[in-house]
Design a protein around this ligand. Structure first.
Ligand code: NAD
Length: 522
């Protein structure tokens, strides 16, 4: 891949390797289309998960800076909403094109800050890019409906932007998840304040630079930084009309409750424990390949990772093949050629994952493949956990009840499809699930009875493309999943409906008496 051409605010020093950065720069914030150094004294160190080297310091935006970002967005809104939808569409075309042109650079920033392999980081960018591409059809998407409801009378519906909206993003998809919000919210005519994860804001900063180049007017996209304090500002600012959140249940349930209590719209995608049911008639090799990719890819740090296997009947014997295949995966720095999975995000995360593996051992499960203690020679200081497979797991065990969010596959045994469905439905999460079978009847029974938002049939990570919506279920979403991301519901989330009924008659002869009963228009 080509060397990075780097961030606008640090054009020379954006590396495409894990080498130590000599001249570490602080991450700026982005307001009125300018990168600005924060005046804060509080910074969060961002280290390369493969080496532990400092990459940048992320500021905790000050109250003044948070307010300034808000006021900039508010000021930009009237002109942006008045900009014709075709003009906004042209900007989206340009933005989409620039994201594609800067694909490698975005991916490199993800590998450096988040740790996933460069090839996987390119997928992260692509899945966001697809949302941006879909936003280019904004004129069609914004079209309302009209009906002549009575003589000389018609009713028409409009979709109007909300005003200033905000997005709070997680660490695991530094490009894709900001791109679930940036194109949809702004194409619809809103001004967006985005708070990337404090653990990897680099991709968002590049997206901001591209938005400016694409012709976003100042204030339409502003980027602020920090953790809980910045989130509280977003939750409480009355000017912010809607909040998009993706992340853990701990943060998301708080954000949904406080944001909703403050009268805002909130869409919140939360944690997961995605199960796959394996039936004895499944294609064995396809199952093995699919599971190894979906459980260990991105070091298991995908919200749609398949982290839990429900082995039906004799399929429990197939796990040795899964272990053989997983053993061959190369755990290495994400820029290294041939790396299959990189490190996990932080030292705390590594400790938490290892602690959950220890707990499984203590509770009587079997560690079929143990990734604890694995360290690639070149990277002794990284946050490494190798692929791990835990078998003979029972539903009460901690490794089953908690989201692990690491390269750990947890396996349970059942005797029938109905038992598999019952087990999966009893789990508190319902983000995604999959079934592996050659039987259409079995797959249909599973699909109809399973309580999960995204179902894959012989497909391990069924993340819907942007023409559909991302539809979690149960505790994987807040608020019952009414406000889903992207697709038609995503646009609905970012727009207010208005319904106008008008009466235009060329006949001036009107009745002399007022009618006080409820108009029925019949
Ligand atoms: P996180 O909840 O720790 O952080 C997400 C965002 O919330 C960050 O911007 C962070 O600054 C903020 N935040 C964290 N703690 C907070 C607090 N106490 N108060 C206010 N704000 C807070 O999540 P993460 O570790 O970055 O991401 C991993 C989690 O996200 C996993 O649980 C994963 O399943 C989930 N996730 C879900 C989806 C989905 O679509 N369902 C997609 C990606 C990730």
């Amino acid at each position: 891949f080509k060397p990075a051409t780097a961030l606008a605010f640090d054009a020379e020093n954006y590396p495409m390797s894990h080498e130590k950065i000599q001249d570490v720069k602080d991450t700026p914030y982005f307001i009125d289309n300018k990168f600005v150094s924060s005046g804060t004294t509080q910074f969060i160190d961002l280290t390369d998960p493969a080496t532990g080297n400092l990459v940048t310091r992320v500021p905790q935006s000050t109250d003044v800076e948070l307010r300034a970002a808000m006021e900039s967005a508010q000021k930009a809104f009237p002109a942006w909403r008045a900009t014709s939808v075709m003009a906004r569409q042209q900007i989206m075309f340009k933005f989409t094109h620039l994201v594609r042109e800067n694909w490698d650079r975005l991916a490199a920033s993800i590998t450096l800050e988040q740790g996933k392999t460069f090839a996987d980081a390119k997928g992260d960018v692509l899945r966001g890019l697809q949302v941006s591409e879909a936003s280019c059809s904004i004129p069609q998407q914004m079209m309302g409906e009209v009906l002549e409801v009575a003589k000389d009378m018609e009713t028409r519906s409009y979709r109007e932007p909300l005003g200033v909206v905000a997005a709070i993003c997680p660490f695991n998809f530094p490009a894709m998840i900001p791109l679930w919000s940036i194109p949809t919210a702004t194409a619809a005519g809103n001004c967006l304040i985005l708070k990337p994860s404090e653990r990897d804001p680099g991709a968002s900063m590049i997206l901001a630079e591209l938005a400016e180049k694409a012709g976003f007017p100042p204030g339409v996209l502003n980027i602020i930084h920090g953790s809980a304090k910045t989130v509280d500002f977003i939750l409480d600012a009355p000017e912010i009309k809607a909040i998009s959140f993706v992340g853990s249940n701990r943060a998301g349930e708080y954000i949904f409750t406080r944001g909703s209590a403050n009268g805002k719209r909130v869409q919140a995608n939360l944690g997961a424990k995605n199960h796959a049911a394996i039936l004895p008639d499944a294609n064995r090799q396809h199952f093995v390949n699919s599971i190894v990719g979906a459980a260990f890819g991105a070091a298991g740090q995908r919200c749609m990772a398949l982290s839990t296997l429900v082995m039906v009947g004799e399929t429990k014997e197939w796990l040795t093949e899964v272990a053989e295949s997983a053993k061959k995966l190369k755990v290495d720095g994400g820029f290294e050629l041939g790396a299959d999975l990189g490190p996990v995000i932080s030292k705390e995360s590594k400790e938490r994952i290892e602690h959950l593996i220890d707990s499984a051992e203590k509770e009587g499960a079997t560690i079929l493949l143990d990734g604890r203690g694995l360290t690639p020679e070149k990277y002794p200081n990284g946050n490494w956990v190798g692929p791990t497979i835990i078998t003979n797991v029972k539903p009460h065990m901690k490794c089953y009840t908690e989201e692990i969010f690491g390269p750990v596959l947890v396996c349970l045994n059942v005797e029938s499809l109905d038992e598999a469905i019952e087990l999966i439905n009893a789990n508190q999460y319902g983000n995604g699930t999959a079934i592996f079978t050659k039987s259409g009847a079995t797959a249909t029974r599973f699909q109809k009875n399973i309580e999960a938002g995204q179902v894959g049939i012989n497909v391990p990570i069924p993340v819907p493309l942007p023409y559909w919506s991302f539809t979690g279920n149960k505790k994987s979403v807040a608020g019952g999943g009414a406000n889903t991301f992207y697709g038609r519901p995503g646009l609905q989330f970012y727009t207010q409906q208005k319904t106008v009924t008008s009466f235009w008659s060329s006949n001036d002869a009107v009745s002399k008496a007022a009618d006080v009963s409820m108009p029925t228009n019949e």
